[in-house]
Design a protein around this ligand. Structure first.
Ligand SMILES: NC(=O)c1ccc[n+]([C@@H]2O[C@H](COP(=O)([O-])OP(=O)(O)OC[C@H]3O[C@@H](n4cnc5c(N)ncnc54)[C@H](OP(=O)(O)O)[C@@H]3O)[C@@H](O)[C@H]2O)c1
Length: 318
């Protein structure tokens, strides 16, 4: 099982978790923007040829959905051209490429969970760029796995809906949250665990390739996720001011990019492949919040200890 794995996006929500879970498969060479800027395709090919990994996991992406409408060239460079260059380089050295994609490749008009084979129809630049990235991977690298996920949150890496709610809930008594978009909130750690399992199994089973959908189980609206976040966060001791969360319609909260109204992905294929079922979203939310809270308390205690040690040292010197 001793694989050489090149991982991109190590400062991101999913990338940070993968950096831990992938170590069960071998040596992980994690690269951030400093080490490998994905807006430079020639550099991508040069670095991959130099490192010669057996597995490449591309967890990097341009994820600013609304901003992508004003920066389409950058979104296309990172989400479409870079995965294409990674796929070409992977093919040249015979590596397996696992690439992460999104529910935003769909238009959200379904009423039952999206299958991997359902027609795509992105609603904005971000979704279009991710769909082109999928095509670049499929067309250029035979040994590829594309994992589409949705509604990602986690304690590590960049901001997300749960973090935003906690920040707002600590400062405000009332919030209005969209209640007519439905999806499956998904913990970045669970994504990393399932990606690692899928890669482990693919090492002995070449039939594991192509597109897989993965999210946590169950469905919720953003409003449900906000209410659950506050309830679970209170349970573990996050200080919150929030008293009321009011459901609103998407039309009451206009954004630059139209979001899919229904974003639920079918997990049937990945469940059948791994014989494992994704945890229920609220269970994962609870675990993440309680872990995050205990880490912040430890950090706070460490900080207090550091401050008091420094103060003692200072007073000794005086
Ligand atoms: N977040 C969601 O709700 C969501 C939903 C569906 C699918 N996904 C997909 O899941 C995957 C992981 O998303 P995430 O939430 O973990 O993303 P994230 O937290 O926004 O992290 C994105 C990562 O990409 C890196 N990156 C961006 N531009 C780069 C560049 N030019 N060169 C090198 N690295 C660059 C970032 O580095 P810096 O820290 O330097 O910016 C960061 O490490 C992505 O493919 C995303 O499309 C996400």
């Amino acid at each position: 099982m001793n694989q050489k794995i090149l991982l991109t996006g190590i400062t991101g929500q999913v990338g940070q978790e993968l950096q831990q879970t992938l170590t069960t498969l071998g040596e992980v060479i994690g690269v951030g923007r400093q080490e490998l800027d994905l807006s430079q395709p020639a550099e991508i090919r040069r670095r991959i040829a130099e490192i010669k990994p057996n597995i490449i996991v591309n967890a990097a992406a341009y994820t600013a959905v609304d901003k992508s409408e004003n920066e389409p060239e950058m979104a296309m460079a990172i989400n479409a051209q870079a995965p294409t260059a990674i796929a070409q380089a992977a093919e040249e050295i015979g590596a397996t490429l696992l690439h992460i994609s999104t529910d935003y490749v769909f238009n959200g008009q379904n009423h039952t969970p999206y299958l991997e084979t359902d027609p795509t129809a992105p609603l904005g630049v971000y979704g279009q760029s991710k769909l082109l990235g999928e095509a670049g991977v499929q067309d250029n690298c035979d040994r590829h796995i594309i994992l589409r996920t949705a509604w990602v949150y986690g304690s590590r890496g960049h901001g997300n809906f749960v973090k935003t709610m906690l920040k707002l809930g600590a400062a405000k008594e009332e919030l209005r949250v969209v209640a007519d978009q439905i999806g499956s909130p998904t913990w970045s750690y669970d994504i990393a665990v399932f990606i690692t399992q899928l890669l482990a199994k693919s090492l002995n089973d070449p039939r594991i390739k192509g597109i897989y959908h993965f999210t946590n189980s169950g469905v919720a609206s953003w409003y449900d996720l906000a209410v659950a976040t506050f309830a679970e966060a209170r349970q573990v001791g996050f200080p919150l001011k929030i008293k009321r969360v009011l459901p609103i319609a998407t039309d009451d909260f206009p954004t630059l990019t139209q979001r899919p109204a229904y974003s639920v992905l079918s997990k049937a294929k990945i469940v059948a492949t791994l014989e494992d079922y994704p945890p229920y979203w609220r269970e994962s939310l609870r675990t993440m919040l309680s872990e995050w809270h205990s880490i912040s308390i430890k950090d706070e205690k460490k900080l207090h200890k550091l401050i008091s040690n420094n103060q003692q040292q200072l007073s000794r010197k005086q």
